[in-house]
Write a protein that binds this ligand. Structure first.
Ligand SMILES: *Cc1c(COP(=O)(O)O)cnc(C)c1O
Length: 408
């Protein structure tokens, strides 16, 4: 059994895939070939976003949006500590300061009530250090103080993450952003294909969104890839320039008006994605069926396991199917028992980002975000892909229920 079985998908799309890739080999425009724009247009139609700019990865997509907004030293960006490292890396790489906000214990996404408290503590000079101590911001406040930015750290943006395909509570987050003049960047690396209250993720009202085409994502290529989405013409033009070393326009690649990146998507990867798009919508329904079946099987076999809970109004792409083990369960032990039966599982994510060594300089400490820390210690992601069979799911659930049951 595979955690994500890309071979089964490939067998289905092989013909189109071969044709699409052969076309690229024939025309030979490996960089910015016609498939790149063809893909962008398809993705614009699918999401509803006015602009899609294909990029080299989801990570660089995040960084290019922040760079286009002029976020850097002296900027504060609010985000979740329960995500893949790339979300916060983009902020820190540009010299801006990430401000973490704890998550909702059910949806695992940024908690709007806590976001409001965090914004309140950092927006406006009348709020002193004291206020920031109460909810995990003491360390970072001291860091800002030491680095001389305490007088005017400027809150600029929020990065939301649609973790495991589940939408953020965008009604609440976008209202806070509006009231406090903050930009919102949706990290939709796991959210492409999901829906929030009738709007596709990556076009759900944020100033910009990004996604990733890393092979394991719901829409993945055969290498690295990503995209930026926005309805902002000017931002789209800047990102389009940034991904090509800051060139002035499409005709003048050697006239460079801003410091940019090698941030383009390869034509061959665009061709792979175009082939995969032929089955993507159907795969979304297959993913839903798999998720529903897990829900039923697990509820029956092991009722004390925490099932995924979606944000109100969300239809998920089920990028991951992540359960929460009951209190007091030895996760390592459970994983060992599953490994012995060749059942692949994963931990997304074992370390809350505020405790990552690479970010220790920010001054965050254990205990700053108790919900994220606890969830990190209990989550377990099960095999999840559209081609998972009923038999395979039963095997997974039986083994898991047995392992969890055995602990007492
Ligand atoms: C995968 C992922 C990224 C990074 O995408 P890459 O294409 O691997 O650079 C960023 N954020 C989240 C939430 C992700 O899951």
């Amino acid at each position: 059994m595979q955690y994500i079985d890309l071979a089964r998908q490939q067998a289905r799309i092989k013909k189109t895939l071969d044709k699409r890739m052969a076309a690229v080999l024939a025309h030979g425009q490996y960089i910015m070939g016609p498939e790149v724009r063809e893909l962008e247009v398809r993705l614009e139609k699918m999401t509803g976003a006015a602009h899609c700019i294909a990029c080299a990865s989801g990570s660089i997509a995040l960084e290019m949006v922040l760079a286009a907004w002029g976020i850097g030293p002296g900027s504060l960006v609010f985000t979740t500590p329960f995500s893949f490292i790339a979300t916060v890396e983009a902020i820190a790489r540009l010299g801006a300061t990430p401000v973490f906000v704890d998550i909702n214990p059910e949806t695992y996404n940024i908690d709007p009530a806590k976001l409001e408290l965090a914004i309140d503590a950092f927006v406006g000079k009348e709020h002193g250090l004291d206020k920031r101590r109460e909810f995990g911001q003491r360390g970072v406040s001291e860091y800002l103080h030491k680095s001389g930015a305490a007088d005017a750290p400027e809150p600029r943006a929020i990065i939301t993450v649609d973790l495991f395909g589940n939408a953020v509570d965008y009604d609440a987050v976008l209202a806070l952003a509006l009231a406090n003049r903050l930009l919102v960047l949706e990290d939709g690396a796991q959210g492409f294909g999901s829906v929030y209250k009738g709007r596709k993720l990556c076009d759900c009202g944020c100033n910009a969104a990004t996604t990733s085409f890393f092979p394991a994502k719901p829409l993945g290529c055969y290498g690295d890839g990503g995209a930026v989405f926005s309805n902002d013409d000017s931002l789209a033009r800047t990102v389009d320039s940034l991904r090509y070393h800051g060139r002035i326009d499409h005709k003048h690649k050697n006239e460079n008006v801003r410091l940019g990146y090698n941030g383009r998507l390869d034509t061959l990867q665009a061709a792979v994605l175009l082939a995969k798009l032929e089955v993507f919508e159907e795969e979304l329904s297959m993913r839903t069926a798999v998720a529903e079946r897990y829900g039923e099987l697990l509820a029956h076999a092991s009722p004390d396991i925490g099932l995924p809970r979606l944000t109100e109004g969300c239809v998920s792409n089920w990028a991951q199917y992540t359960i929460r083990l009951p209190d007091g369960v030895d996760r390592e032990g459970i994983m060992a028992q599953l490994a012995a039966k060749d059942i692949p599982v994963a931990i997304n994510y074992p370390v809350s980002l505020h405790l990552q060594k690479s970010l220790a300089y920010l001054g965050y400490k254990k205990g700053d975000f108790p919900v994220a820390e606890k969830v990190c210690s209990q989550v377990l992601s099960l095999p999840m892909h559209p081609y998972l069979t009923e038999n395979e799911q039963e095997t997974v659930v039986q083994a898991l229920a047995q392992a969890v049951g055995k602990r007492q």
